[in-house]
Design a protein around this ligand. Structure first.
Ligand code: NAP
Length: 290
């Protein structure tokens, strides 16, 4: 694509940003759809999020993604916030408005599109959610809103799980999230569960890491969804499969959160065929070992 006077710019703010796959998602989409847009990563130093957002508005940047560690901090610099993002307490996408930005959370909807695309149901399901950090909090909200029967939220730090459960249960008006200590997994009632792995344990280079190493735990899982996508197959996924379950990584969640952001910025609808082309490109990247 030729960059010229009419090129519109989007980007990512975070720290660090070097390993992001978002430029590949957005620049590939712009190429496929023939749109004059570029997407670049911007490293923002700690304490400078507000300046970054003000500067972006002054430069008329069309939109920004926000990654770790600024998804909550950025909220104070927004002109408007979408209700869903407000309830989750985290924003990963900024869309240009007159004189500033409106914040959205596309992580949650991205995960939902990824799951439904694989035929994974949330409604009426019994779910085990591992973790209570930023991502798991959005997952807890998604499960509650989409009608999960019960979610056992297991975390190393019980207070964090309790705080998320209180907040989400209050927001949806029913006691659906049940906070537990990670070590209490044996107390989860017998049955078959959808398990969502939302901790950072097992993320490359710690490829042998797994948040629960007890084989017996995996007998309870019919489907395991790991939010991690590097490595391609985590130990959590391997253990789930070894016990007869289906397992998925988080690459499609990443893909769809990006696609939803792209749709918001460009006012277009990306087809499944176009999404699949971007997915193939991301997969190639993993296969090439870059
Ligand atoms: P975060 O806010 O830092 O939360 C980290 C979580 O991992 C917390 O629940 C933490 O427990 C737990 N944890 C960390 N080290 C642990 C250990 N040694 N033992 C047990 N638990 C441990 O991170 P996040 O933003 O939620 O991200 C979590 C994961 O999701 C990351 O791997 C990230 O790459 C992935 N993610 C993927 C996507 C995607 O698009 N696929 C999007 C967002 C995030 P404590 O509360 O006890 O510290």
């Amino acid at each position: 694509m030729e960059i010229n006077g009419k090129t519109r710019t989007c980007g990512l703010i975070g720290n660090p940003v070097e390993h992001t796959l978002s430029p590949m998602i957005h620049n590939t989409l712009a190429g496929i759809l023939g749109q004059n847009m570029v997407y670049v990563p911007f490293l923002v130093e700690h304490g400078q999020v507000a300046e970054a957002v003000t500067g972006a508005a002054a430069l008329h940047l069309l939109g920004l993604n926000v990654t770790v560690p600024y998804k909550s901090e950025v909220i104070a610099s927004l002109q408007e916030i979408d209700d869903l993002a407000k309830n989750i307490g985290a924003v990963n996408t900024l869309v240009q408005t007159k004189g500033g930005y409106k914040g959205y959370n596309t992580d949650m909807e991205g995960l939902y599109r990824a799951m439904t695309g694989e035929g994974i149901r949330i409604e009426g399901e019994q779910i085990i959610l591992l973790g209570a950090g930023g991502a798991a909090r959005a997952v807890a909200y998604l499960c509650a809103v989409k009608g999960a029967k019960r979610v056992y939220m297991l975390n190393r730090t019980w207070d964090k799980a309790k705080a998320v459960a209180l907040e989400v249960n209050r927001a949806v008006g029913r006691d659906v999230i049940m906070p537990m200590l990670l070590t209490e997994y044996g107390k989860i009632p017998e049955g078959k569960y959808l398990a969502i792995q939302g901790t950072s344990v097992g993320l490359a280079p710690d490829e042998e890491g797994v948040v629960i190493a007890d084989e017996a735990f995996y007998d309870k899982i019919h489907t395991g969804f790991d939010l991690i996508y590097s490595p391609w197959e985590t130990r959590f996924m391997k253990m789930t499969k070894a016990h007869g379950g289906r397992a998925y990584n988080g690459l499609k969640m990443l893909l769809y959160q990006g696609i939803i952001a792209y749709e918001l910025w460009n006012d277009v609808c990306v087809s499944e065929m176009e999404a699949q082309k971007v997915y193939e490109k991301l997969k190639e990247h993993f296969n090439s070992g870059d």
